[in-house]
Design a protein around this ligand. Structure first.
Ligand code: SF4
Length: 891
């Protein structure tokens, strides 16, 4: 593999599906400075806080650098590559021979590059003869795939990001784009500011995205389908349908409209079913009807539902009925969660796909079989993710290879998933990290995979744009690219001839050739124009949208003039099913799960960045103020959230963004970084009947207050074990590790537990009667470690603020005066508060002070402190702070 030595390497962000282009300038010591690529058409130089902090995540601490094998005593020991690969191939072969292809499986990831994905899919489906390949993309956008296929006959995103720049109305459904797709959100807001586009936000939660909206529709959870059925009826009633487009390019409007009339016959009925005010429903319908250029962008709030596919189709129905699809500024638009969920769909990484947007129709199986020269090619769908792990629990699947994902955290009913993993006869994990919840579930063989910055290949973003991820740092230790690992296993299984790859370029050419193979325009995914790229051209490949067939040019939009991929080339309207209520008196709340602004998935990368850790440092549950008052929940206190599947202890965040009777908890924390916050354990394993996507937004739950006598924090240079029964969460800090905790254990018991943990010149203060314990260890004038503990109700007063002490811990030296203040427990240390603007490290206290002293707008705060003037991810939060402090000042 070539390591590029140029000052800056063009590559792509490894986080969300926006797919921002980056410039990485390696520092020669394994690190890099990362900035936005002004020439990349997805972001034009913009980055969000996560992308901007990528340079902080390249540290090798915690990396898996060598193949490892679990020993009889449960420990992991290093082995050489050859032995590891022999072991994996030999065991897969043995179990395949003994139990057949249904007994083996791969679980892949939207974090894999397309080339990695392609070879894994080809090995399992083509040569091992099993369709037991699914991916964490099942949890991300598989309902969109099903919805697209039902409507268009293919999994095609019809539009481009440019449509968000030119639309006059942007409807965001089930999408906190301000936090989860921040760069696209900034494009939307730029359109609003410069051209007056209107923004409508439809979401059961009032999120940061609602801050800039012209209309916020806080629907009752799960009722999006009803709202869009109401819209379809309204369009029909007002004679606002595009009859010409309907007649020429679609079929099935009649039954879909009839079903819509059953579910939402009028504005009043729609309002009643969705919990909205009639006036708001009318305003939305009027806006949609009157605006030709409408983009409806949707994300996990639509996909992650037991009726996710119907939701997608209810949205698409409205665009088909008005002909607003595949034309500039118009169309339904799925905002993909993961960096390469789209690439995974292209290669066939889902269990119900075969390869290159071909499925399991006999002619498709035959075509792929001939192309691969693979007589054993699977001929029927495999189990989707939840069913796959059920099959593992039942002992039907006995060998599993997990690549680049953490199912013990991310799948629903994650406790049962973890138990199932423990039953496997062969459990292989390829990953970057030495440990996570999945590995800790008993993985037998660990294979060290290349990480972002080392990987070489392609990814595809939400607008079908293929971009290169290029390496800019050498492979550390014995880490290897995923495609190489799979290829080596394939060779050991006897498939050398079918896996002759020496580089990702070899794989990409084959993938592109398969997309064009016997493709007479009846398959949407065709990148035949890229099948003959030589190595140099592959290395230099500029971002390109598909389809790009050998005989044509890349298409930014599809379906403006019809040409759907159904047998009659017409789009299909779909009649959605009525909602079925799920009431469980023991669990009266509806638990919604999601993301926070500055973390990604299970925090294995973003969790390394001290800057990103400052935004929302602790796992929390949001509760409506009325529910909190009724149940005695206190803001900043603790609550136990329980469902039929498990329980978590989370910090309470009282928020009027929640509806009464609902809860929200983020998905990022796991057993690897917290004591009781693996939220996947709470989630019902109910799935959409078409897509198999789990419903992560609507688990029946109970919540109750939980009290701890004391609260505190620790800052240490190395990870430490905290006493049992302590609630804790680990936080990245500069030069060490932070813990925030809550406990009922006495100060002296803490002192005993920590004996020997803090080294250097030790200063301690214990007041057993007042539940106070403080300890600081100093080495050479530097604060090397500390622990602060005080009674919960006085914690803020009894110990200096976390942010102030953290600043001392991160400094090279500590002054005598600060040392005395620190240990006396008095406040008075400089404290900028938690970071709001990660780009320029501006804290809450500084912003509040700036507003109080006259910076009464976001623009003025930006001029004074630079906060919010880079990526814009914090602008909704800044706006809130300015409003809050300014209003309080005026009062
Ligand atoms: S929006 Fe942020 S996380 Fe998403 S690709 Fe761009 S920089 Fe990465």
């Amino acid at each position: 593999m070539t390591i590029h030595q140029a000052p800056s390497i063009r590559t792509t962000c490894p986080y969300c599906g926006v797919g921002c282009g980056l410039l990485a300038a390696p520092d020669g010591r394994g690190g890099a400075t990362v900035s936005g690529d002004t020439e990349h058409p997805s972001n034009f130089g913009r980055l969000c806080s996560k992308g901007a902090a990528l340079g902080e995540t390249l540290d090798l601490g915690g990396r898996l650098l060598h193949p490892m094998l679990r020993q009889r005593d449960g420990t992991l020991a290093r082995i050489d590559w050859s032995s590891a690969l022999d072991r994996v191939a030999g065991e897969f072969d043995r179990i395949l021979e003994r139990d057949g292809p249904e007994a083996i499986a791969f679980y892949l990831s939207g974090q894999l590059l397309t080339e990695d994905y392609y070879v894994a899919n080809k090995l399992m489906k083509g040569f091992l003869g099993s369709a037991n390949v699914d991916t964490n993309s099942r949890l991300c956008m598989s309902s969109t795939v099903s919805g697209h296929r039902r409507a268009f006959g293919s999994d095609t995103v019809p539009g481009s990001y440019e449509d968000l720049d030119s639309a006059d109305l942007i409807v965001l459904v089930g999408s906190n784009a301000a936090w989860c797709h921040p760069v696209l959100y900034q494009r939307i807001i730029a359109n609003k500011r410069s051209c007056g586009a209107k923004v409508v936000v439809i979401d059961p939660r009032r999120t940061a995205t609602a801050e800039d909206a012209d209309l916020v529709l806080q629907v009752r959870g799960g009722t999006d389908t009803t709202l869009f059925c109401g819209l379809l009826v309204d369009l029909a009633e007002h004679d606002a349908l595009d009859q010409s487009y309907i007649d020429t390019h679609t079929s099935g409007l009649g039954p879909a409209l009839a079903r819509a009339r059953e579910l939402a016959p009028s504005v009043a009925a729609t309002a009643a079913a969705t919990g909205l005010a009639e006036a708001d429903v009318s305003r939305f319908f009027d806006l949609f009807r009157a605006t030709q250029k409408v983009v409806t962008a949707f994300s996990q709030g639509v996909n992650q539902a037991a009726q996710g596919t119907d939701k997608v189709n209810a949205i698409i129905n409205c665009h088909l009925a008005t002909g607003r699809i595949g034309k500039p500024g118009m169309g339904p638009f799925s905002l993909t969660g993961q960096p390469n969920a789209m690439g995974g769909r292209e290669v066939g990484g889902l269990a119900n796909q075969l390869a290159a947007h071909m499925y399991y129709a006999p002619d498709e199986v035959d075509r792929v079989r001939r192309f691969w020269n693979a007589p054993r090619t699977a001929s029927h769908e495999g189990p989707k993710a939840v069913a796959m792990f059920d099959a593992i629990a039942q002992g039907e699947i006995k060998a599993l290879w997990v690549m680049a994902t953490n199912p013990a955290v991310s799948l629903p009913d994650a406790g049962a998933v973890r138990a199932a993993l423990g039953k496997l006869e062969l459990f292989v994990v390829s990953d970057n990290v030495l440990t996570n919840d999945t590995i800790a579930s008993g993985a037998h063989v660990l294979l060290p995979a290349a990480a972002w910055g080392e990987k070489d290949g392609t990814v595809t973003n939400s607008e079908r744009r293929i971009s290169r991820q290029r390496p800019f740092t050498p492979l550390p230790g014995e880490a290897r690219p995923d495609w190489w690992i799979v290829t080596q296993v394939a060779h050991r299984l006897g498939f050398d001839a079918a896996f002759p790859y020496a580089s990702p370029a070899d794989i990409f050419r084959e993938h592109a050739a398969l997309s064009a193979f016997e493709n007479d325009g009846t398959r949407d995914f065709d990148i035949g124009a890229l099948a003959a790229l030589d190595d140099r051209a592959y290395d230099d490949l500029a971002p390109v949208q598909w389809p790009c067939p050998a005989s044509g040019i890349a298409q930014a939009r599809l379906f403006g003039e019809g040409g759907y991929f159904t047998p009659d080339r017409k789009a299909r309207f779909v009649a959605p099913e009525p909602l079925v209520a799920d009431a469980q008196p023991a669990f009266p709340f509806r638990l919604n799960t999601g993301r926070v602004r500055d973390q990604w998935h299970t925090m294995t990368r973003t969790g390394i960045s001290p800057r990103l850790a400052t935004h929302r440092a602790e796992p929390f549950v949001e509760v409506h103020p009325a529910d909190a008052a009724r149940l005695g929940l206190v803001d900043g206190g603790f609550a136990r959230v329980a469902t039929a599947y498990g329980s978590c202890v989370l910090q309470v965040c009282i928020s009027d963004g929640q509806q009464p009777g609902t809860l929200f908890a983020p998905i990022h924390w796991s057993d690897a970084n917290s004591s009781s916050a693996r939220v996947g354990e709470l989630v019902v394993p109910r799935t959409d009947p078409h897509s198999g996507q789990p419903d992560a937004k609507a688990t029946q739950a109970a919540v109750a207050p939980l009290e701890f006598r004391m609260r505190g924090f620790a800052l240490t240079r190395q990870p430490i074990a905290l006493p049992q029964d302590t609630w804790w969460t680990r936080i990245a800090v500069q030069g060490g590790v932070g813990y925030r905790f809550a406990t009922n254990l006495s100060p002296s018991a803490w002192r005993d537990h920590l004996a020997g943990v803090l080294s250097g010149e030790l200063a301690e203060y214990v007041d057993e009667a007042r539940d106070v314990f403080r300890a600081g260890a100093f080495i050479g004038g530097r604060l090397d470690g500390c622990v602060f503990l005080g009674p919960s109700e006085y914690a803020a007063k009894a110990v200096p603020a976390w942010d102030a002490v953290k600043a001392l811990f991160e400094a090279d030296t500590i002054a005598e005066r600060e040392r005395q203040t620190l240990l006396s427990g008095r406040n008075g240390l400089p404290d900028a508060g938690p970071l709001v603007c990660c780009c320029f490290a501006v804290g809450l206290v500084d912003i509040e002070n700036a507003v109080a002293s006259g910076a009464t707008s976001v623009e003025k705060v930006g001029k004074l402190l630079r906060a919010g003037t880079n990526c814009g991810s914090c602008l909704p939060e800044l706006r809130k702070i300015v409003t809050r402090v300014h209003v309080v000042e005026r009062v």
